[in-house]
Ligand binder design. Structure first.
Ligand SMILES: [Zn+2]
Length: 651
């Protein structure tokens, strides 16, 4: 345990975001070990992350050359630099994942990888604190000379985040020493010497705030603030991408919508909210909330996926949300979780946890195969049979030449417990439901709850009080926006609780050991219609159940039923079927509906003066859907989330 963990309880093992005691946070984060997840999809993801994904990542860092590059910089190897210039960041994200995993469940092999990596980084680091294998090996005379593309501060940011994680879980102090030397160097150049430059790829901002939280060193917070204030002044518009790509087109307080590269945009937002939390600058929070609301209303896929354009991995126009051409980079889903979490801490509003849930269970979870060894970089909502696309192969891959996503997935999965619950005064608030336990320190003493549930397959979550402090305290339970009817009982009796304006049922009473609270959310499968202005899916419908978005994958349809021909009728009844172990998919709930397969003649131009209802034939079929996050674990044929409403249907 490390006494420098910070946050509201200095003795705890901090998690990824640990605001200081004097921050503006309304909700306070728990320690990494205060939440344990021991079942359900989240538990399985964590187990697979540890057993399959993290070992794969460590192997890939060796094979792809990330470690080789640093050995070159350290003078311990000979040869050529390998891969893109931001290769160091893949190692840093992997180190962060390894740190959270070691903090969660221990593991000498993981701690050893952290130690060996820290030694290598110490050797590679220049005497002045600078550290970047690409610039040291390939372009030693171009240090900070091409910041729009260099990723020097981006790599530094991920190094800092890895070091913060390692320190918070009580790891070897060497990694933090490396990170601080680099951070001090950045402070010297970009704060004290007045270099006005900003990195083309944000993440350094939130990393510096976390380093400030960990160490108390004010200059890290000051530099984060400087970098945010310097952005939006058009200084990195070069290279034909334009200032929008880099979010350098408007000062952050003036921008009202997300533009440009989606991961860059949302990492910057996380940094902006972090700055608000520690400085109290309300104008930063107000601008970030404004853009979050706009993004949710007009630029978010049903799955929570973010960034609708392949071109420049960027946001599209408002309502430009194509299912087939959606880019939805996995890293953008992760960045969205990071941003929404900070907004939740800042405001206490459950809508942020709602988006986190939608993103986690859908747009994010789909990134990884059931066995944890293959990953999506691009997460569309539709794949056709004949799909060919250079930057979206349509199947998950083991690794990528630009491998930003896999280690990013691993660091989020290893730290999932961080996003489950918080405290507010004498209240314990639960934001995500999972099998497991939650422990928290309230002013009057420690609380421990056991959570028993089969969520998200079942909508019932039972909380048993295992430890209760004396006197009254509050239990807050998020009521997801999708739950049409929700009931809460205490020791079997209806609690009569109402949902407050933040989206939580709050129960205040004197609790006894053994008290049981049960919340039952409405998992009735539902048809979901898109906004009229989303042209790409106008006239279509999707299916959801609880937090899960469903998809129609060819592998689940009966012989002769083609997913490209499926249509649904408004009011179609959806039937749920439990599957304990669907082959290659695992535990799931399958939905089916009576549907109509529609075919049209395909001779000549695919356009006609005759409306679809007059030139199509329909036959009744059964349409079968599985959760979107479980697609592409079988034969790689067609998949679609949205299907047309039957052309003859009236609603
Ligand atoms: Zn990525």
């Amino acid at each position: 345990m490390n006494a420098a963990a910070g946050g509201h309880d200095g003795a705890q093992v901090g998690g990824p975001v640990t605001p200081t005691a004097k921050s503006r946070a309304v909700h306070h984060t728990l320690g990494l070990r205060d939440v344990s997840i021991d079942g359900g999809p989240l538990g399985r993801w964590q187990a697979t992350n540890r057993s399959a994904s993290i070992p794969l990542g460590i192997k890939q860092l060796e094979e792809a050359g990330n470690l080789h590059n640093l050995r070159l910089a350290a003078g311990e190897a000979t040869g050529e630099f390998k891969g893109p210039r931001f290769m160091d960041s893949d190692l840093y994200k992997q180190l962060e994942a390894v740190a959270w995993e070691a903090g969660r469940e221990g593991g000498e092999d993981l701690l050893d990888f952290l130690r060996r990596s820290a030694e290598l980084l110490t050797q590679a680091q220049r005497a002045d604190g600078y550290l970047n294998s690409h610039y040291q090996v390939v372009k030693p005379d171009r240090r900070y000379a091409e910041l729009e593309w260099s990723h020097e501060m981006y790599c530094a940011g991920h190094l800092i985040q890895a070091a913060v994680a390692s320190t918070r879980v009580g790891g070897d102090p060497e990694l933090l020493a490396v990170a601080r030397r680099f951070a001090d160097h950045l402070v010297k150049v970009f704060l004290h010497e007045g270099n006005p430059g900003i990195d083309g790829h944000p993440v350094i901002e939130t990393a510096l705030v976390e380093l400030y939280r960990l160490t108390g060193e004010q200059s890290y917070l000051d530099l984060a603030s400087r970098l945010v204030e310097n952005r939006g002044r058009g200084q990195i518009a070069s290279g034909g991408m334009g200032a929008h790509y880099f979010q350098d087109h408007l000062p952050v307080r003036e921008a009202d919508t997300e533009v440009g590269h989606a991961v860059r945009a949302l990492y910057l937002e996380a940094g902006i909210v972090d700055l608000y939390l520690e400085t109290g600058d309300e104008s930063l929070l107000a601008s970030s909330v404004r853009r979050w609301e706009d993004m949710v209303a007009t630029k978010t896929a049903l799955t929570g996926g973010i960034g609708s354009r392949h071109s420049r991995e960027s946001f599209g126009d408002r309502y430009e949300l194509p299912p087939d051409r959606a880019y939805n980079e996995t890293c953008a889903a992760i960045a969205s979780v990071h941003w929404s979490w900070r907004l939740l801490l800042a405001t206490g509003e459950g809508r942020y946890a709602d988006l986190i849930e939608r993103t986690l269970y859908n747009g994010f979870a789909a990134s990884t195969s059931t066995d944890g060894t293959r990953f999506f970089y691009v997460n569309p909502l539709q794949r056709r049979y004949d799909h060919v696309e250079g930057d979206d192969p349509g199947r998950r891959h083991e690794w990528f030449s630009c491998a930003c996503c896999p280690p990013n997935i691993m660091r989020l999965v290893a730290s999932l417990g961080h996003y489950v619950a918080t405290t507010v005064g004498d209240g314990l608030y639960v934001h995500q439901y999972t099998q497991g336990t939650i422990r928290a320190d309230l002013p009057s003493g420690a609380v421990k709850l056991a959570l028993r549930t089969d969520y998200p397959w079942s909508g019932t979550v039972a909380f048993t009080v295992e430890t209760a402090p004396p006197g009254e305290w509050e239990l807050g339970l998020r009521v997801p926006g999708w739950s049409e009817s929700t009931s809460v009982t205490v020791n079997g009796a209806a609690a009569g609780a109402t949902t407050n304006t933040d989206g939580y049922v709050v129960l205040r009473r004197t609790w006894e050991r053994g008290d049981t609270v049960t919340i039952t959310l409405d998992l009735t499968p539902r048809l979901v219609y898109p906004h009229q202005r989303i042209d790409a899916v106008r006239g279509c419908v999707a299916v959801e159940r609880g937090p899960l978005v469903y998809c129609f994958e060819q592998a689940d349809q009966a012989d002769g039923v083609d997913v490209e021909e499926l249509t649904l009728v408004p009011g179609a009844e959806l039937t749920a079927r439990d599957e304990a172990d669907l082959p290659d998919v695992g535990r799931t709930v399958v939905l089916s509906a009576e549907a109509l397969a529609v075919s049209q003649p395909d001779d000549g131009l695919p356009y006609s003066t005759r409306p679809p209802a007059q030139r199509s034939t329909s036959r009744p079929v059964t349409a079968t859907a599985i959760p979107y996050f479980q697609w592409d674990n079988r034969d790689g044929r067609a998949m679609r989330v949205f299907v047309p409403v039957h052309p003859g249907a009236t609603s």
